[in-house]
Design a protein around this ligand. Sequence first.
Ligand code: UD1
Ligand code: UDP
Length: 385
Amino acid sequence: MIQKFVFVFGTRPEAIKIAPLVLAAKDDPNLECLIVSTGQHREMLDQVLDAFAIKPDIDLDLINSRPNLNGIIGQSLLKLDKFFEDHKPDLVFAHGDTATTLAVSLCCFNKKIPLAHIEAGLRTYDLESPFPEEFNRRVAGLASKYHFCPTQLAKENLVREGCSENSLFVVGNTIVDAVRIIEEKISKEKSIQNKFDEKFSFLKSSDKVILLTVHRRESFGEKMKNICLAIKEIAIEQPNVKIVFPVHLNPNVRSPVNDILKDVINIHLLEPLGYLDFMLLFKRSDFIMTDSGGIQEEAPSLSKPVVILREVSERPEVIQTGAGILVGSSKNKIKQVTNELLQRGPLFDKMSSAKNPFGDGYSSKKILEICKKHLDKSNEKRSEQ
Ligand code: UD1
Ligand code: UDP
């Protein structure tokens, strides 16, 4: 029997991590696959979908009026309700902890539609950090029938919260699949690297390169300012280092970043990059500084040290394996760790050789196989009744 799987995403990281599942599902003759974008991110989402050559079947087209978080959730909820009513999915997939994830979770729960949660079980147990993501993922956990945990630690969180063991599956993180797919594409299509080399010709082979991103809501204000001031001092004190910073489109990020960093000659503020360019820049960099979730996972996948500009991480595996180091927003700590990594001494060697805790790059296949098997079983049970 053909099963109808619906994949919903709205932001850049959700699209990156759901894309490998969509590609695998499209290859499966026993699946009908529908792709829904809420359009929570507009420009940044389209950049990602281009890299994977994925086109949503439906775009809920929210963002024309740039709603706030409750606007995104409210509008998505109503439009998803109608979409699910029209299409009657056997299973819906949502990823992570965004406003889109929350809307999908509420909608599926109220309509009694089975939900598969990808990247389930990440927790800080602090509702303020990350805000509002810690709340969103807990709700997704409550609403889901299948929890696909990237690691054993994530599974243990859900066991402690009372999820039944047979709804929990440790499968790795689909971001490793995404990195694998993009690396294969880059090695097949030489023009991608050539275009990158042209666009980034300001990076000379002798340059040390730091890739930087920041965007989290809990960093807005004083923390963001401290991070930017630390970066500015590092750049001024070390003129042989180039800091490349693709700046998130959120005005709460762009305004302090531009105010503090725009006139520093060796800091390159760029527009958000497409995923192909971002991956190539990642590989070209000596190390990464970020508050991003996905980038913390990509770092050990690409053997790059990651300096985490947050007070706490729901990805403790990155710190335990040694790939990442938490520095928060303290100027002194950021500068101390950065300067040590720039020396390329034992800390750099240890961080860049850490084991990747997020799997083998074939999580998507495992997830689809588990879902198909479980749905077949529940259909068999229903037809016996
Ligand atoms: C969202 C997610 C966060 C994730 C991040 C990835 C929630 C609650 N948070 O945060 O978990 O880490 O995405 O980047 O869903 N903007 C644009 N165009 C775009 C994208 C954003 O102009 O393509 C600007 C808009 O001004 C928008 C603002 O960025 O209002 C914030 O976007 P939003 O989706 O509300 O939250 P993020 O901070 O991106
Ligand atoms: N990314 C990208 N272009 C950029 C910056 C990031 O393609 O200019 C990718 C990055 O490789 C990672 C994802 O976007 O896979 C992370 O998104 P973000 O940091 O916005 O969100 P988070 O992961 O923190 O939720």
